[in-house]
Write a protein that binds this ligand. Structure first.
Ligand code: SF4
Length: 81
């Protein structure tokens, strides 16, 4: 792991769980666009934002998910009622 990579790199399911993304090319796209980017681009990742705000992130959230954090929380609550 390089110093400029996302601070969640070693624990994030998107990086570490096989099959989390629909295919390997999708995972690689996220790694290059967010997780392994310089200039803290990963801080704009929705998974990073969720973990930073709430300490965890639901599995349906991906770096480029367009939902707001509030919308994500609402969807998570609906799924877990
Ligand atoms: S940039 Fe997002 S997807 Fe990548 S390791 Fe960080 S939190 Fe996970």
């Amino acid at each position: 792991m390089k110093d400029h990579w996302c601070t969640n790199y070693t624990t994030c399911k998107l990086v570490n769980l096989a099959g989390f993304c629909k295919d390997e090319s999708t995972q690689q796209k996220y790694l290059k666009s967010f997780c392994e980017q310089t200039h803290k681009t990963w801080s704009k990742c929705k998974r990073y934002e969720m973990k930073n705000e709430l300490g965890s992130c639901p599995d349906f959230v991906f770096p480029d998910t367009t939902m707001t954090l509030a919308e994500i929380i609402t969807k998570f609550d609906e799924q877990n009622d």
